[in-house]
Design a protein around this ligand. Structure first.
Ligand code: HEM
Ligand code: HEM
Length: 198
């Protein structure tokens, strides 16, 4: 019989899916603003702009709310696991094997750090774009370049993330962890041998 171990708490899953939902809404509305042909097709650019901005505010607020109202101690523990980087992680990134991994592999640690940094930068640059329209003191030529650049890089990361989560046979079992919360003990031992689930 397959034995399952807990991989993600309810707070972690709620955070992941709120983040994903917000990201997709912002990517969709952002692309309409970015591509003139889509803006013409949709017609009402000012409305899309409002939807985009307020979704951004809602997104960041929801993430903060889930983190504050949820299992904060668990999140701090997870943040420590994501923050630690040992010799095996370096070996893993360099493609050297064996490189036994903990609860998160080095690629996932990197992905999380980038995702967190990008969320902050999206927010700051988005706020500057919004304020810049109202007050020229907040208007900088490079803000939109940063905001668009973040979009390009995060779409590349997302494509890799979705491939590993949904298509790649060896890793797609992880989908069970981020939806129902558990993964098989056997899979955990194979992919994350240094992780001891609590
Ligand atoms: C807290 C988050 C965010 C805020 C407050 C925000 C705010 C804004 C604002 C005010 C604009 C300017 C609209 C205009 O005047 O045309 C804008 C444009 C845009 N945003 Fe965001 N945004 C956020 C997150 C995102 C994310 C996550 C993405 C994509 C993944 C994104 C993609 C875009 C794109 C593609 C544009 C069009 C820029 C252009 O015209 O070159 N934004 N955003
Ligand atoms: C339908 C869309 C998505 C699916 C199916 C999905 C799937 C997953 C899965 C299965 C995991 C758990 C991996 C593990 O066991 O450790 C995960 C983790 C994660 N997801 Fe997603 N995800 C989606 C969207 C997103 C989006 C839009 C973002 C960010 C913009 C994101 C950021 C992350 C991060 C930072 C982690 C933790 C580190 C990692 O596993 O790379 N995800 N996701």
């Amino acid at each position: 019989m397959t034995r399952y171990v807990r991989r993600f708490s309810r707070t972690e899953r709620a955070l992941h899916w709120a983040n994903a939902l917000g990201f997709f809404v912002l990517l969709g509305s952002g692309l309409i603003l970015y591509l003139p042909s889509l803006a013409v097709l949709v017609g009402r650019r000012p409305v899309v702009k409002d939807v985009h901005f307020w979704s951004g505010i809602g997104w960041v607020s929801l993430l903060a709310l889930i983190a504050l109202a949820g299992d904060r101690r668990g999140l701090v523990r997870t943040a420590r696991e994501l923050d630690g980087f040992d010799r095996d992680d370096a070996r893993w990134l360099l493609g050297r094997r064996p490189a036994p991994q903990g609860r998160f592999n080095a690629g996932q640690k990197l992905n999380t750090a980038l995702t967190a940094a990008f969320t902050l930068l999206f927010f700051v640059s988005g706020m500057l774009l919004w304020l810049g329209e109202r007050d020229t003191r907040f208007r900088f030529a490079s803000t939109v370049v940063l905001h668009d650049g973040l979009m390009y890089v995060s779409v590349v990361l997302l494509v890799g993330h979705l491939y590993l989560a949904v298509i790649h046979p060896a890793t797609r079992h992880a989908l069970r962890g981020i939806t129902v919360g558990t993964v098989s003990e056997d899979w955990a031992n194979r992919h994350h041998p240094k992780w001891t689930p609590k």
